[in-house]
Ligand binder design. Structure first.
Ligand code: ATP
Length: 518
């Protein structure tokens, strides 16, 4: 192997599903110690390519070389053995176990008949020191922050000897402070000789973290170039193939009467522990209220409580004055609530059903989709054709199963269905999760159009750029309670990041003043 032999080389990768080529002659070269970003629109073929590298899918044709040697990655365990590790977007950790127990799960060291957690903990401590991944090996997962849980995921791959790490949308659930820390960790890993493939739609993060970027469009690798000196705007335009705007223009809000009124709400989580505590918030017609918070601070339970998916223990939810507390989800939908759920696969769609069927999920029992109780497939397809066109949902046809669509296009389909109904209130939870910048721009425009049309909009998001771009007012949730409500134009990412950790507004403003002063 010469110095310039890539650690990974994927040559002429083609992956077909039926007649459709999800990867259509992709070439990718990653050097040792490099952070290499993969950039591409929703459905461009990034996940397919990584599924091939991690042995989950077999290519129709093409070659993979690791350190110059041709290999066949015919299973995930083979990929593991070749030193390829995946840091998943959704953590796969067991809450009740310690950091060490989670890391050694599946690759246990035994001493006699018992697990040798002491030796493992030592090794984990050494890895954590070497790469700057500070986390207590003996802490329980349920007691550590989201950012620390991600470090455990990284340590898991290092413990198994990975030299090539794939990060799939790693910053989706992190605070701005944690994102900065993760970028430092990635640089440490690269400096110590690890190679990183970074999949993200966040262009600023590519610029902060990556050395090189490969752009994929419609299954083809169209360019690879160094990141230095390239602007986010250039990256966006190149990826989408047109000019993209990051900031959605909106008129000054003219809030009307209260549409959603939440009073002293209490909702428990699945373990019957109060997750939403004494929570009160109003959302008016013609305004967008953003709810910012770190994942797991009661947002999920709050939305489930409002939309009738979970029973509320105390307090009230009113829609235009009607008490809808603990009413059935169908009743709440009919009363005028649109819901873009955070977990599209659990609450947003039926993966076995077709795209067309999914687009009628909330209206299939009504005219014109049903006539005298009989489903009208032609009407269903007519609606699907309209929405697919309008929201640029990309799939081979409206009759493919939703499960076979790319994550971003599934999301666009759910958003299309929910915004197409005539609602008074739209609850949008992580509405642009996994979407490319072009699609984000479009969804933001559509949410703002809802506001212009006089609807109330509640946006729940981990993305502070999104919250700041969309909202008129921002409420911050921590440990199930509101820690502050601020006007969007009077705040910024850093301040929101501090509030999200539980600081009061006064404390956060004092801390930021001190930072500027020092
Ligand atoms: N099992 C499958 N059967 C049929 N089509 C598939 C299958 N898996 C993926 N595809 C199609 O391949 C294309 C590429 O999907 P892929 O998930 O690789 O895109 P992506 O770039 O990762 O997108 P995103 O940014 O939305 O996650 C999509 O059009 C998708 O519908």
């Amino acid at each position: 192997m010469t110095e310039s032999t890539p650690v990974i080389e994927m040559r002429h990768i083609i992956k077909k599903f039926g007649d459709f080529a999800a990867n259509d002659d992709i070439n990718l070269q990653v050097q040792q110690g490099e952070i290499h970003a993969l950039l591409g629109e929703n459905g461009a073929g990034k996940s397919t390519l990584m599924n091939i590298l991690t042995g989950l899918l077999q290519p129709t044709s093409g070659e993979i070389l690791i350190n110059g040697e041709k290999v066949s990655v015919d299973s995930p365990s083979k990929s593991d053995a070749l030193g390829i590790g995946m840091v998943h977007q959704h953590f796969m950790l067991i809450d009740a176990f310690t950091v060490t127990e989670n890391i050694i799960l599946g690759s246990e060291v035994t001493k006699g008949l018992s697990l040798d957690t002491k030796t493992a903990a030592k090794k984990i401590q050494a890895l954590s020191d070497q790469y700057g991944l500070s986390v207590d090996p003996m802490a329980k997962i349920s007691d550590i922050s989201v950012g620390q849980q991600q470090r455990v995921e990284i340590l898991k791959t290092l413990y198994r000897g990975a030299d090539i790490l794939i990060f799939d949308e790693p910053t989706a659930v992190l605070t701005p402070q944690e994102i900065d820390e993760l970028i430092v960790i990635m640089h440490n890993l690269a400096q110590e000789g690890k190679s990183i493939i970074l999949i993200t739609h966040k262009l600023d993060e590519i610029r902060a973290a990556a050395d090189t970027v490969t752009v994929i469009r419609s299954g083809k690798s169209i360019d690879t170039f160094p990141v230095a000196g390239v602007s986010s705007q250039e990256l966006a335009d190149l990826m989408v193939g047109r000019e993209v705007s990051f900031k959605t223009e909106k008129e000054v809000a003219q809030p009307g009467k209260v549409i959603l009124s939440i009073n002293n709400l209490e909702v428990q989580d699945a373990r019957r522990v109060a997750a939403v505590k004494n929570f009160s918030l109003d959302v008016r017609a013609g305004e967008i209220v953003g709810l910012a918070g770190i994942d797991g601070n009661g947002q999920t339970e709050l939305i489930q409580g409002i939309t009738g998916l979970t029973k509320v223990q105390a307090g009230h939810v009113k829609l235009k004055g009607e008490d809808i507390t603990n009413k059935k989800p169908r009743h709440i939908t009919e009363a005028g609530v649109g819901h873009i759920p955070e977990d599209r696969l659990r609450f947003g769609m039926e993966v076995e059903m077709t795209l067309s069927e999914n687009l009628s999920l909330q209206t299939y029992y009504k005219q014109p989709i049903s006539k005298s109780g009989v489903l009208q497939p032609a009407e269903m397809d007519k609606l699907a054709d309209k929405l697919v066109q309008e929201f640029d949902v990309r799939a081979a046809s409206i009759h493919v199963t939703a499960g076979s669509m790319s994550g971003g296009n599934q999301q666009k389909a759910v958003v299309a269905r929910e915004l197409n109904r005539d609602n008074d209130l739209v609850i949008a939870a992580q509405p642009t999760r996994g979407l490319d910048v072009g699609a984000v721009e479009y969804i933001h425009q559509r949410l703002i159009a809802q506001r212009t049309a006089g609807k109330a909009v509640l946006v729940v998001s981990f993305e502070l750029d999104e919250i700041l771009n969309l909202s008129d007012r921002i409420a911050v949730i921590n440990d199930g309670k509101i820690v502050g409500i601020v006007d969007a134009q009077d705040t910024n990412k850093q301040e929101l990041g501090l509030l999200m950790t539980g600081m009061s507004l006064t404390e956060a403003r004092a801390a930021l003043k001190e930072e500027v002063g020092s």
